[in-house]
Design a protein around this ligand. Structure first.
Ligand code: DX5
Ligand code: ZN
Length: 221
């Protein structure tokens, strides 16, 4: 399991230090929620913030673009230092073009599906994707409840892509339901309120990873 703490729940007046805490706790990815106030009813940050954080971390920067027509901004996010660029199938008429643009910048491309968007959206681009991100809440805000129907969707996707493909799941995941999400077949786990939203961020990140390791050792037996 790769843990991807979401910066959305961090203390925005102390980003550099907060990022350091999750990195030292062993989190592999830093999940960066970019919102445009149009595709989703909320606005967060753009490439400048990512660029500012880049020199302070060796984590994999996982930029989740919740913006309309992501093709307008993909180069900026690549140049800002994102390693993975995830964009929504619902936000563009040019899914294949977006993937190509991301790869031309030497970055990894992921397609994101909202909870109600069917898995068949990925069928014709699966070969060129590096990851699929399934939303387990409606995008826009941290701290929402996990949508239960997504568990079966994760299972179906795992069956579709085989065992070595990265499936990221985002929204409403914490210590109480992490094992269920892993069991369904996810291997990259976004956690906002369950990590940065906790008083002791380090302890929260370590606890999520402990649950992940416990699940893995059980699974491999
Ligand atoms: C929601 C974002 C998520 C969010 C998850 O639109 O994409 O990444 O930060 O937050 P939690 O883990 O609190 O649901
Ligand atoms: Zn996200």
């Amino acid at each position: 399991m790769k843990l991807a703490p979401s910066l959305l729940s961090a203390d925005f007046s102390d980003l550099k230090n907060q990022v350091k805490i999750v990195e030292e706790a062993g989190a592999a990815y830093l999940h960066l929620d970019v919102m445009d106030g149009k595709f989703v009813p909320n606005i967060t940050f753009g490439p400048l913030v990512i660029k500012a954080l880049r020199p302070h971390s060796n984590m994999i920067f996982d930029a989740h673009l919740m913006i309309d027509e992501p093709e307008r901004y993909i180069p900026q996010f690549a140049d800002a230092g994102a390693d993975i660029i995830s964009f929504h199938a619902e936000a563009t008429s040019h899914i294949d073009r977006c993937i190509q643009m991301i790869h031309e910048k030497g970055k990894k491309a992921a397609l994101v599906l909202n909870p109600a968007t069917p898995l068949c959206m990925i069928s014709h681009v699966l070969e060129s994707l590096d990851m699929v991100l399934l939303m387990s809440v409606n995008p826009g805000f941290g701290g929402q409840a996990y949508i239960e129907s997504v568990t079966q969707k994760i299972r179906d996707l795992r069956q579709m892509v085989g065992k070595d493909f990265d499936i990221e799941v985002d929204g409403g995941i914490g210590p109480n339901n992490l094992a269920k999400v892993l069991e369904a077949g996810a291997n990259v786990i976004v956690a906002g309120s369950a990590v940065f939203g906790q008083r002791d961020i380090r302890a929260a990140a370590l606890e999520m990873q402990r649950i992940g390791e416990e699940y893995e050792s059980h699974y491999h037996c």
